[in-house]
Design a binder for this molecule. Structure first.
Ligand code: FRU
Length: 548
């Protein structure tokens, strides 16, 4: 029943993950059971629990043939690993089971829809690249009460013949599935447009990207419906991992475009989007009858930090929309550890952003790499997407500390009890009195020892907020800093910062903006300092985060 590949990986992950000490994992962010993790997949609530699957290469801490890892949680914070759900074990997904989503069928089974990357026997154009098709797997309860996801005998359920002209069957992935009000199903799938072929024989993607809609009555037989959304290279190429849902009266499209050009923010000379991979939010109206999405006309970054990609949004039973993302910038990813891996057919083409000098290093000797963000509740207000850590996170707060009305004047300070690598800070700052001259800069350094620190700083004159990991100890060429315009102009700023062992998430002004990043300063670099150039009035509340 279970393929030998799946059986092998399950034995491997069980025995090898036993050697990973709790201290070697993030405290409150989900990491792979063993090996490498990228996108969240199949984020859902099923059988009384939250399920999170993830892109998973258990056999090394680098990207490789993709499996689906699996974890469940009652509260979105404390995750329990289940055996890997899928392995690349057929001709249609032998090069990898790529990203996808989950839905509960009317008969109570859970269906996973994902992208199969075909092995070399499925290469109709002889490109030496991976043909990408859409596939399904359905939960089946076993005698012992556990669940297996059985790949459908009808796979692939959407393939190259179903694509409209000009679509690139080798860049066709990440189905997002939902049920419409009439009970039929839709899947929105990202597709590159073939465009011109360059001199080197590779596609240039000149014609941009499409999100293509397919329809089905049962999730097993699909037909092409229409091109729902098109972008002619204005916003990058290949909008990976689309999400499409209604939120507070708006229809929201969140997707992850590759290869964007940098976009400046004229208002203060900072950058709205850096070049490369980004996550974009587009709000608009959706007419379900005509299946027409009419964007309001703007697109915004979802996270303005250094590491955030391919998020997935689910609707919880209590109606909350909850988003979780892969906390890594793919262009600093670790895509191969061995020369022979790089020579695997299709790998070079599939990973145009591979940069052998620019990948992120994990902690010394670690056998895991990659982590998810904290799950975030979403709201749409006044034309903006707000994100806030799920309320369940507050259950893990311990030892509240308050420092109110602190005046910080041209100095650097630390505070008793405020240090560590598993801590939450709420910091409110303002110029020290109304009408006073603005301070010039406010800075928080954390994950700090004598030689290392991560710096979050704010310059009120330009409303410029900056996150900087130049001093994290990493020597290769990863992106080290990013500045963005914070909306407040009166010198006040409100921050909620979740500091974990290898990452931080900074929620600015009530979640109007979020900056996520990873870093690997030594684990005992626990210092946190606050400093001001000028005079700042500051209130701090801190909690240590304890998962027991
Ligand atoms: C995004 C992505 C997806 C793909 C998966 C492969 O990070 O490239 O488009 O399905 O990762 O691991």
């Amino acid at each position: 029943m279970i393929s030998k590949e799946l059986q092998h990986v399950r034995e491997f992950e069980k025995s090898e993950s036993a050697f990973i000490a709790k201290e070697d994992r993030p405290v409150f962010h989900l990491s792979p059971r063993i090996g490498w993790l990228n996108d969240p997949n199949g984020f859902s609530f099923y059988n009384g629990e939250y399920h999170l699957f993830y892109q998973y290469h258990p056999y090394s801490s680098y990207w490789g043939p993709m499996h689906w890892g699996h974890a469940v949680s009652k509260d979105l914070i404390n995750w329990e690993y289940l055996p890997a759900a899928m392995a690349p074990d057929t001709d249609y997904d032998g090069a990898g089971c790529f990203s996808g989503t989950a839905i509960t069928l009317p008969d109570g089974r859970q269906l996973l829809m994902y992208t199969g990357c075909g092995d070399s026997s499925r290469d109709p154009l002889g490109k030496g690249r991976w043909l990408q098709t859409q596939c399904v797997a359905v939960s089946e309860e076993q005698d012992d009460g556990s669940i297996e996801y059985v790949k459908s005998a009808g796979n692939p359920v959407i393939c190259e013949e179903d694509l409209p002209e000009d679509c690139d069957a080798y860049e066709f992935r990440d189905p997002y599935i939902w049920r419409t009000t009439d009970g039929s199903y839709r899947a929105l799938v990202a597709a590159g447009r073939t465009g011109e072929i360059g001199e080197d024989g590779n596609y240039l993607h000149e014609k941009g990207t499409q999100l293509i809609l397919f329809r089905s009555d049962d999730c097993f037989k699909w037909e092409y419906d229409k091109v729902m959304f098109e972008d002619h290279r204005k916003i990058g190429v290949m909008w990976e991992c689309p999400n499409f849902f209604d939120l507070d009266g708006k229809q929201i499209l969140i997707a992850s475009p590759m290869d964007m050009q940098a976009e400046a923010d004229e208002a203060n000379g900072s950058i709205r989007f850096p070049q490369g991979s980004n996550v974009c939010c587009i709000a608009g109206e959706y007419n379900e009858e005509t299946e027409t999405f009419s964007p309001d006309g703007t697109y915004d970054p979802v996270d303005i930090g250094l590491d955030f990609y391919a998020p997935q949004v689910m609707k919880a039973p209590d109606g909350r929309h909850i988003m979780i993302g892969w906390m890594q910038d793919p262009k600093n990813g670790r895509f191969a550890d061995a020369k022979e891996d790089l020579s695997r057919p299709g790998l070079q083409d599939a990973l145009p952003l591979y940069n052998p000098d620019g990948y992120a290093h994990g902690p010394e000797g670690s056998h895991i790499f990659g982590q998810m963000t904290i799950p975030r509740e979403l709201k749409y207000r006044d034309g903006k997407l707000y994100q806030w850590p799920v309320r369940e996170f507050c259950e893990y707060r311990k030892d509240r500390l308050d420092y109110d009305g602190v005046l910080l004047k041209d100095e650097e300070r630390s505070f008793d009890g405020i240090s560590g690598r598993s801590i939450e800070l709420e910091v409110e700052i303002a110029p020290h009195e109304v009408g006073a001259a603005f301070y010039r800069e406010f800075t928080i350094d954390f994950a700090k020892d004598d030689d290392h620190f991560i710096r979050l700083s704010y310059k009120p004159a330009r409303s410029l907020i900056t996150i900087d990991r130049s001093h994290s100890g990493q020597c290769s060429e990863i992106t080290a800093r990013r500045s963005y315009r914070a909306a407040y102009a009166d010198g006040s700023l409100s921050l909620r910062i979740l500091i974990d062992k290898w990452s931080a998430e900074v929620f600015v002004n009530g979640g109007e903006q979020v900056m996520s990043l990873t870093y690997y300063t030594p684990a005992d670099a626990e210092g946190i300092t606050f400093s001001a150039d000028g005079t700042v009035a500051m209130d701090i509340t801190a909690y240590h985060i304890n998962r027991g």
